[in-house]
Structures are given as structure tokens and as C-alpha cells.
Design a protein around this ligand. Structure first.
Ligand code: NAD
Ligand code: IPM
Ligand code: MN
Length: 365
């Protein structure tokens, strides 16, 4: 039977809590669907800094490169916040994304009928929202040079960064976005700041030039400040959004809240070739870490994206997605999505209930 190697990067804070739950789900659906998964757990982020002194050890990157896919929990925490830049957990995550060349980050935000009441938006605004943020992940201001600290002519300390995009970087992310929109509802909104930034002017030019290759996709453009506003005014107007690294970071957190919680949003980071990286969009949540309070569903759904986009195991992916819905239907809620009339559970119990749902939905053979 088929066999896959999966690198697990639990990381920091709630990372290990949500990864242990998602690992069990992967194991279970693999056994049901008749394939094997072998896990290699590697240190990453603050955990790696404490263990070996760097946020992304070579062994960890190599494991991710040679495995079929990587599932990451989260990295970061107060303990390392004052570290020099090259010794920050976040730097390790950027090195991992760059090392794997995963330039396309898919972040779906779907308001599940079961969770409409968990959204902070009015029911009629939130219900039915189903959008996909396609975030450029290995370029822009996160990686642009020059960057650093210096002193200006008045002797003032300065910190500086560069927003830079080459044409090929825009072209390849835009193609992924057009393809994504084509498989969804055929609407693509490109979000930029082309009224001010040169990098955005080029972005808009290149995205516009591609439109003729995708006549079935309806392309529009929006400035990022307006997009931030429109997301809470009328999120249903969006189908697929394509945007740069930093705007995508911010807008996807905003979009997550429409769905009820950042603890619900998964992501897939893909390159042109080679293995993908799959991670919830949330961070290590130091405020609730170690208390068994984290919502593991974003990581469960990231595991489903890993199965679908990373391994091509679509049926196994659907089993996890269906089980998440079934668990919500049975009334289980972690604190972040809890409301009156539902059963408040911790991370572990939520994970166990999803496993039960996977089992109960399996036709007896
Ligand atoms: P965060 O996403 O960790 O937390 C923001 C808020 O959302 C917190 O109140 C937290 O308790 C809550 N939250 C997040 N995930 C949750 C979950 N699964 N269930 C329930 N509640 C959840 O963002 P932050 O506080 O800005 O950052 C904390 C640390 O995480 C920082 O070090 C940051 O750099 C890092 N970070 C890492 C990643 C990543 O690993 N991909 C992403 C974002 C932030
Ligand atoms: C995310 C995070 C990261 C980012 C940080 C931790 C580097 O916020 O995955 O959204 O900004 O990309
Ligand atoms: Mn983020």
C-alpha cells in the first residue's frame, strides 16, 4: 500500500497541543483509507532555539524537504520576543517557507452554518461567507532588501524595510489565484495599494495583463484599506482574493474572525514543485498555552488540506472535514467558539470527539 512521510513541527505554545490532536486524525483516516503515514517530529521555533540554538535547524529543513508534506503547529512566545532577528522563532518560519519555496499560501475562510452565532458580525452579514485568500508568501516586505537598522542624518535610530516584487513573483502567484478562482465561483479580487506603492503598481499591471488568459474569471482590483473595510461591511462580495505577503497576513486574520474564530482557519503553502507546508493561520497563543483551551480545528482542517493538496488523498481529507462538521453538529465547542446551549470542551476532548466522528462515519466493511 501507499506510504507517506510527514514532518511534524509542533513548535511553541499551543502548537504541540493542536499537533498531537491532528496527528491522531491523520493516523486514523490513513488506516481507514488504506495508506500508511510515517511521522518525523522535528524541533522548530522557540523549541529549537532552546534545544539547539537556532530557530530552524538544518535537520528540520531537510526533513521537511525530503518528506511528502509538513504540518506545523505554531511558533513564537514572550520568551524569545527580544531575541536578535536571526534568533527569533518567526525568522525560522520565514526560513522554512523560503527553504521550501512555498510562495502560494491558500487561506480559506468559510462561515459554517453551525458557527454563524460565533461570528462577531450580524447573522445576515456573516452567513454564507465562503472566500479564499491567496497570499504571496515568499516575497514582498518580509524578504525585501535593503532592510535593517541604521542612523539617519540627525543621529536618530532608524529601522527600514523594502517592499519589492519582481514580475515573475507576481505572475506566478496571480496564475495560482486565477486557477483557484476558476475552480470556485469565478471571481478574483486583487488587493493592492497601487495608488501609493510602486510594487503595487507593478502588481496591478501584471495581474491585469494575465486576465486575457482567464476570460472565464471576472477580475476586479481593490485598494487594501477599502478591502479591510469591505470585508466587515459585506464579506459575501468576495470569492477569491489575491494579495501580497503583508496584506494577506493582515486580511486573513480579519477574515478569520468573520468565521467565528482564528482557531478555525487552516492554510496550505505550496510551491511550483516539491512538498507543501500546512499550518493553521493562528499563532502560538501564549495567553492560553498549556491550559488545554486551544481550538484544534484549524490544525485539523490544515491536516485535511495536507491530505488534499499535499498527498492527493482527497477522500481522507473529506473524512476529516466531515468529522469536524459532525463534531460541531453534536454541539462540541472550545472556548473561542462557545455560545449558550453548547458543550464547552478543551483541546484534547475536541480532538477525541473528532476521532469519534471519523469512526462513526466510516461504513462498516
Ligand atoms: P495568536 O494567533 O497566537 O493569538 C491571538 C489571539 O487568538 C490570542 O488571544 C489567542 O489566545 C487566540 N487564539 C489563537 N489561536 C487560537 C486557537 N487555536 N484557539 C483559541 N484561541 C486562539 O497571535 P499573537 O498573540 O499575535 O502571537 C503570539 C505568538 O505567535 C507571537 O510570537 C507571534 O509571532 C506568533 N505567531 C506565529 C504564527 C505561526 O506560527 N504561524 C502565526 C501568528 C503569530
Ligand atoms: C502567519 C504569521 C507569520 C507571518 C509570522 C509568525 C512570521 O503571522 O503565519 O500569519 O507573518 O506570516
Ligand atoms: Mn499572521
Amino acid at each position: 500500500s501507499k506510504s507517506y512521510n510527514i514532518t511534524l513541527l509542533p513548535g511553541d505554545g499551543i502548537g504541540p497541543e493542536v499537533i498531537s490532536v491532528a496527528k491522531n486524525a491523520l493516523q486514523l483516516v490513513a488506516s481507514i483509507e488504506g495508506f500508511k503515514v510515517a511521522f518525523e517530529e522535528m524541533p522548530m521555533g522557540g523549541a529549537a532555539l532552546d534545544a539547539v540554538g537556532v530557530p530552524l535547524p538544518d535537520e528540520t529543513l531537510n526533513s521537511a524537504k525530503k518528506s511528502d508534506a509538513t504540518l506545523l503547529g505554531a511558533i513564537g512566545g514572550y520568551k524569545w520576543d527580544k531575541n536578535e532577528k536571526h534568533l527569533k522563532p518567526e525568522t525560522g518560519l520565514l526560513q522554512l517557507r523560503e527553504g521550501l519555496q512555498v510562495f502560494a499560501n491558500l487561506r480559506p475562510a468559510t462561515v459554517l452554518p453551525q458557527l454563524v452565532d460565533a461570528s462577531t458580525l450580524k447573522k445576515e452579514v456573516a452567513e454564507g461567507v465562503d472566500l479564499m485568500v491567496v497570499r504571496e508568501l515568499t516575497g514582498g516586505i518580509y524578504f525585501g532588501k535593503p532592510r535593517g537598522f541604521s542612523t539617519n542624518e540627525n543621529g536618530q535610530e532608524i529601522g527600514f524595510n523594502t517592499e519589492v516584487y519582481a514580475a515573475y513573483e507576481i505572475d506566478r502567484i496571480a496564475r495560482i489565484a486565477f486557477e483557484t478562482a476558476r475552480k470556485r465561483r469565478g471571481k478574483l479580487c486583487s488587493v493592492d495599494k497601487a495608488n501609493v506603492l510602486e510594487a503595487s503598481m507593478l502588481w496591478r499591471k501584471i495581474v491585469t495583463a494575465l486576465a486575457s488568459e482567464y476570460p472565464d474569471v471576472e477580475l476586479s482590483h481593490m485598494y487594501v484599506d477599502n478591502a479591510a473595510m469591505q470585508l466587515v461591511r459585506n464579506p459575501k462580495q468576495f470569492d477569491t482574493i489575491v494579495t501580497n505577503n503583508i496584506f494577506g497576513d493582515i486580511l486573513s486574520d480579519e477574515a478569520s474572525m468573520i468565521t467565528g474564530s482564528i482557531g478555525m482557519l487552516p492554510s496550505a503553502s505550496l510551491g511550483a514543485a516539491g512538498p507543501g507546508l500546512f499550518e493553521p493561520i493562528h499563532g502560538s497563543a501564549p495567553d492560553i498555552a498549556g491550559q488545554d483551551k486551544a481550538n484544534p480545528l484549524a490544525t485539523m482542517l490544515s491536516a485535511a488540506m495536507l491530505l488534499k493538496y499535499g498527498l492527493g488523498e482527497e477522500k481522507a481529507a473529506q473524512r476529516i472535514e466531515a468529522a469536524v462538521l459532525d463534531t460541531l453538529n453534536r454541539g462540541f465547542r472550545t472556548g473561542d467558539i462557545h455560545s449558550a446551549g453548547h458543550k464547552l470542551v478543551g483541546c484534547k476532548e475536541m480532538g477525541e470527539e473528532v476521532l469519534k466522528s471519523i469512526d462513526s462515519k466510516t461504513p462498516a466493511s
